[in-house]
Design a protein around this ligand. Structure first.
Ligand code: G6P
Length: 602
């Protein structure tokens, strides 16, 4: 959610900023902007919509010589996506970019307005630059003014500020939103994640909450509440595995096709013929643990829900799952025999991160399942298992979800194995199925073509119900979320057996029901549920290995002997269906409206 870049040095700044923002664009694309100060010369550009609009606007501009620069790509929180609300925000002689939310901005704004300050935007961010200038006008010391400014801010932020009052310095602060500093000799970079600076910087420092400071003449001056502090840089990988579309129409499409391959990566070194190994977990990790609590948001929450069935069924460990934003404020009862698992594709989701911090304060052991190494959630957890899905650019998550589910399945087996609650023959059967997973995820041209044709029949109607039972219920939730995210149709996931308790009232010919009907799990039960809907004239798209005569549309799947293989195969069908409906509607598949890839605000 939102992206920040910054650079101080003698290189061409516009390109550094725009290239960096390009890497972050999937995090927010309501607007983008840059500000550069070179000696006496101050330049600022903003454009609404995609970054290409900003590129276009800055075509004639080139920076020269030493200077300081900041850039931002926005996912709107306060105020509409207009140019005035785009960052960087300007005071009288300073610019600021910010990720996060300043919770007390209204109060600060009123104070400033009473002093005669005029606000140009509706954002919370603009208060930062005015508070700074107010202090600096009083004390004429930009660093002290910045320090006093951040003392005043409540909430989550990562912010960069440049000012004509110190044209050789970038001021920075981090609290709750990610930010890092990259180094290459005298050149210093800032970014809200490492992708914009890979290939540019060779060393990096990930700022901790409460840290702030400034950069001048290639040196970083770092502070926290205790005063000045030293820090250790770490090496930054030089491999730019920057995702390209490789001939696919959309990143999401490419990522669906990649699932088969990345699943092999996820399993590599971890799945053996009769055992599961996680080098990341020391052998005593599950000692004293008798329950599992999982917190996550969005798609990650759905993988968590599916895993709760597996932890209880396979490992015989009690497992409950909560949406992180709900967990945070419910005053949960936490006991130390509970392992606290967070699941996050980005590792930066604010609600999930805060839930993790709460669990840690309560003394719980923590484990994160994440796709991004060195992310805030990974660094905050006692242990982490990386999903190895590779960079996921499509905002609607596909391969990250698939690999999360796989890690959780492996973990359920691992816990059963370590706690000796899982019989060795069951473990062997599960592993044998697991090894077939990459095959179950291969997208066949024929299937994709069938879904492309079929999608034209689903461009209207008053809603979609995705229904399933057991682990296919969370898959139904995820199928509905995918469709919702990129088609903007109303879609709901429901436990199939629950339809008769209310939602069936909606059934008519323009209620589209996507029925997940696996052969290896409760087939007869779900069949009856679907028959009930068909009897009320609902339009049924059945996905099953078993032909179903009441289906209006039918996708025949191949796997019928293991629920997880059926799960993964059906997952692909729901992803492709959402993709093709979205394409027909002419929507932006990779950057759907109103969404962002990682949500670093509450
Ligand atoms: C956002 C994204 C979703 C994602 C959710 C959780 O809402 O748009 O696709 O599932 O955040 O993100 P995480 O990175 O924690 O998995």
């Amino acid at each position: 959610m939102c992206g920040i870049v910054g650079y101080i040095g003698a290189k061409e700044k516009k390109e550094i900023l725009l290239d960096g923002l390009q890497e972050l664009e999937y995090r927010g694309y309501d607007s983008a902007g840059i500000a550069i100060i070179e000696g006496e010369k101050l330049s600022n550009f903003k454009a609404i919509g995609k970054l290409e609009n900003l590129r276009h606007k800055t075509e004639a501009y080139h920076s020269e010589g030493f200077g300081i620069s900041i850039g931002h790509t926005r996912w709107a929180t306060h105020g509409k996506p207009t140019e005035l609300n785009a960052h960087p925000h300007l005071g009288a002689y300073s610019y600021v970019v910010h990720n996060g939310i300043i919770e007390n901005y209204q109060e600060l704004k009123e104070e400033l307005q009473a002093d005669g300050v005029t606000f140009l935007s509706q954002t919370d961010t603009e208060t930062i630059v005015h508070v700074f200038e107010k202090f600096n006008n009083q004390i004429n010391n930009p660093f002290e003014a910045f320090e006093k400014t951040i003392e005043k801010l409540h909430g989550a932020y990562a912010t960069l500020l440049i000012t004509e009052a110190a044209p050789d310095t970038i001021f920075f602060a981090k609290n709750g939103s990610p930010m890092l500093i990259g180094f290459d000799g005298e050149d210093v970079y800032f970014a809200s994640s490492d992708t914009p600076i890979i290939g540019k910087a060779n060393e990096v420092y990930y700022l901790e909450d409460g840290e702030y400071g400034f950069v001048k003449e290639g040196k970083v001056f770092l502070f926290n509440a205790e005063g000045k502090k030293s820090f250790t840089k770490q090496a930054l990988t030089a491999d730019k595995v920057s995702a390209q579309k490789d001939g696919y129409r959309f990143f999401m499409e490419k990522e669906i096709y990649e699932q088969s391959y990345v699943m092999t990566e996820t399993m590599m070194g971890r799945v053996h013929d009769d055992s599961i190994l996680f080098d990341e977990l020391d052998e005593n990790f599950f000692d004293g643990i008798s329950a599992i609590k999982i917190c996550a948001c969005g798609t990650s929450y759905h993988s968590a829900l599916a895993s709760a069935y597996l932890f209880e069924r396979l490992a015989k460990v009690r497992c409950d799952v909560e949406i992180a934003s709900e967990f945070r404020y419910k005053e949960p009862l936490l006991t130390k025999d509970t392992l606290f698992i967070t699941i996050s594709q980005s590792g930066e989701t604010a609600d999930t991160l805060e839930a993790l911090k709460m669990a840690k304060r309560a003394g719980l052991r923590s484990l994160s399942i994440c796709n991004v190494d060195n992310s805030s959630i990974v660094r905050e957890s006692d242990a982490a298992i990386l999903t190895r899905a590779g960079i996921e650019k499509g905002v609607a998550s596909t391969k990250a979800f698939a690999t999360q589910t796989m890690v959780l399945w492996m973990l359920a087996l691992y816990v059963g194995q370590e706690k000796k609650t899982l019989a060795s023959d069951i473990l062997k059967t599960e592993v044998a199925a697991m090894l077939k997973t990459p095959k179950s995820l291969v997208v066949e041209e024929k299937l994709h073509a069938q879904l492309t044709r079929m999608s034209k029949r689903y461009l209207h109607g008053h809603g979609f119900f995705f229904i399933g039972r057991d682990i296919f219920f969370p898959l139904a939730l995820e199928g509905a979320l995918k469709l919702k995210e990129i088609s903007y149709f109303h879609a709901e996931g429901y436990p199939a057996g629950e339809m008769k308790h209310g939602p069936i009232a909606l059934a008519d010919s323009t209620l589209f029901t996507i029925a997940l009907m696996p052969k290896s799990m409760h087939y007869d039960k779900i069949k009856s549920n679907v028959e009930e809907l068909s009897a009320r004239d609902a339009t049924i798209l059945a996905i099953s290995p078993e032909p179903f005569e009441l289906a209006d549309d039918f996708i025949q799947t191949k796997y019928d002997s293991h629920p997880m293989l059926e799960y993964f195969e059906m997952m692909v069908v729901t992803q492709l269906l959402a993709l093709e409906i979205s394409v027909r509607l002419g929507n932006d598949v990779d950057m759907p409206r109103n969404l962002a890839k990682s949500v670093t605000v509450e």
